[in-house]
Design a protein around this ligand. Structure first.
Ligand SMILES: Nc1ncnc2c1ncn2[C@@H]1O[C@H](COP(=O)(O)OP(=O)(O)OP(=O)(O)O)[C@@H](O)[C@H]1O
Ligand SMILES: [Mg+2]
Length: 241
């Protein structure tokens, strides 16, 4: 297993954002994560990446405990994330943004960093736009740039937070193709609100609600489940059954 998460707990005051969350993930797998707004999905990524410290629980990456390590150490060990809100350096070019991720994320220097940046741009379909200022990119390409920054950092675990959010249907398809291709190389966790996108790529989907893992199953089983219908549409589980 690339990632083994066990008994993760975190609350902000009264708001429980991780309630004894456990799951694991292998190389070449994609775990989808769904749940209503505020369920704790992005917080899970903060916990994995080291921006937030859990109150309890363990996060092992290839057998190494991550809890207690700062974010930059985890990045070097192979945790990379694409943020929900793209945060490029708007006044740097697309290439420079990806080069920075290869340098600071993976700790690469010189030619190795440049090669990693070019490979990430090619793989995400951004190579033609490498000289554009990142701030001038349309949304799909800003999302692609988030992904390119993630893979430039030579990850083992790639965390994608709503990289298809806000895209047109055709653009969602493009992102689905990209993630499907990427998952062959990494362990991927994909938070997304678009059911058909997860169905096309995820091997399993985990449902979070008030920080609790309610369900983990195949995408189809999760989308068809009474629990998911209840939390998304307010249909009581027994009425839906
Ligand atoms: N730093 C913080 N301090 C206090 N509360 C926070 C903090 N970060 C997040 N929260 C709260 O924790 C809860 C979970 O937030 P989180 O961003 O993980 O939700 P999410 O599942 O990603 O939602 P969305 O689908 O809207 O992106 C929310 O109620 C949010 O307001
Ligand atoms: Mg979120």
């Amino acid at each position: 297993m690339v990632l083994v998460v066990d008994g993760l707990c975190k609350a902000y005051g009264e708001v429980v954002v991780a309630d004894d969350v456990s799951f694991s993930l292998a190389h070449g797998e994609c775990l989808g994560v769904i749940g209503p707004n505020g369920a704790g999905k992005s917080t899970l990524f903060h916990l994995l990446a080291g921006a937030v410290t859990p109150e309890r629980g363990s996060i092992r990456l290839n057998g190494n405990e991550l809890v207690g390590l700062p974010a930059h150490r985890r990045a070097r060990m192979g945790v990379a994330r694409a943020f929900q809100i793209p945060q490029p350096f708007a006044h740097l070019t697309v290439y420079e943004n990806v080069l920075a991720a290869a340098s600071f994320g993976a700790g690469l220097r010189g030619r190795a960093a440049a090669d990693a940046a070019v490979a990430a741009l090619e793989r995400t379909g951004l190579h033609d736009r490498r000289s554009m200022l990142a701030g001038a990119l349309p949304l799909l390409d800003r999302k692609r740039l988030e992904v390119a920054k993630g893979i430039a950092a030579a990850p083992k675990l790639l965390l994608l937070d709503e990289v298809a959010g806000g895209l047109t249907e055709r653009e969602v398809q493009a992102m689905v193709e990209l993630v499907r291709e990427l998952k062959q190389s990494y362990a991927v966790i994909w938070i997304e609100h678009i059911p058909h996108a997860l169905k096309a790529v995820a091997d399993r989907v985990m449902v979070l609600h008030f920080g609790r893992k309610l369900l983990e199953d195949t995408p189809q089983a999760v989308m068809d489940s009474a629990i998911v219908r209840e939390i998304y549409m307010g249909i009581p589980a027994d009425a839906a059954a």
